[in-house]
Design a protein. Structure first.
Length: 213
């Protein structure tokens, strides 16, 4: 990973050290295998949520694409005996529903792009190894809770939210809730640090006393 973390930030959760929430990152052992394909532009962003998803999901991996000097390996992207799906809302994407999942022969490989919409669209179109992998999309749901970057539409989800909702349909609502709680902690503490949210409104885990020093 090429992100440059400030000396004042936790090297793991990447927030300012007094606000560290590493102890709240769950370790979720699921059958669903999640492969996150992160664009290199996301590596330096402390507001990136894909890294948190990879830390929380034991059966996951994170690969970087877009580096000029280090082409991403797609070896093992799909596995024999497992259905593979690309979480990408193209015009041909199938809606991920409990009924759809009930017809699958077993646990899946869920491939998740992590980039801007423009970068993702270009990557999916140009990467030969993704050709032929069926696309799936999430059903309509609540507005995004991710408030750390400007979004054109409140239905646009950050990567952690998208993975959480997909996991909730594929396998475990409990795991979904754990990932969504993790996102709320990140959002609330980051907004508080930016002076954009009062401490009393940080209801998920609150602000640690040492952060006020």
């Amino acid at each position: 990973m090429r992100s440059v973390i400030s000396a004042h930030r936790c090297p793991n959760c990447e927030i300012r050290e007094p606000l560290c929430f590493c102890a709240m990152i769950p370790r979720l052992e699921l059958q669903t295998r999640v492969i996150i394909l992160m664009h290199t532009c996301e590596e330096v962003l402390t507001t990136n949520t894909a890294r948190l998803a990879a830390k929380a999901l034991t059966n996951s991996e994170l690969r970087i694409h877009g580096r000029r000097d280090d082409r991403m390996s797609l070896t093992g992207l799909v596995q024999p005996g497992r259905p593979s799906f690309l979480l990408y809302p193209s015009s041909r994407a199938l809606e991920l529903t409990p009924e759809f999942v009930s017809q699958l022969p077993g646990p899946v490989n869920l491939i998740v792009p992590d980039a801007s919409w423009r970068q993702t669209k270009k990557f999916v179109r140009r990467e030969p190894r993704l050709v032929g992998i069926p696309h799936v999309r999430l059903p309509p749901g609540p507005p995004s809770e991710y408030r750390l970057r400007a979004q054109r539409d409140d239905q646009n989800l950050c990567t952690l939210e998208a993975i959480a909702r997909a996991i909730g349909i594929l396998e475990s609502r409990t795991a979904q809730a754990g990932l969504e709680t993790l996102l709320r902690v990140l959002v609330e503490r980051t907004l508080w640090a930016r002076g954009m949210l009062a401490a009393g409104r940080c209801t998920t885990a609150g602000i640690p006393p040492e952060a006020f020093c």
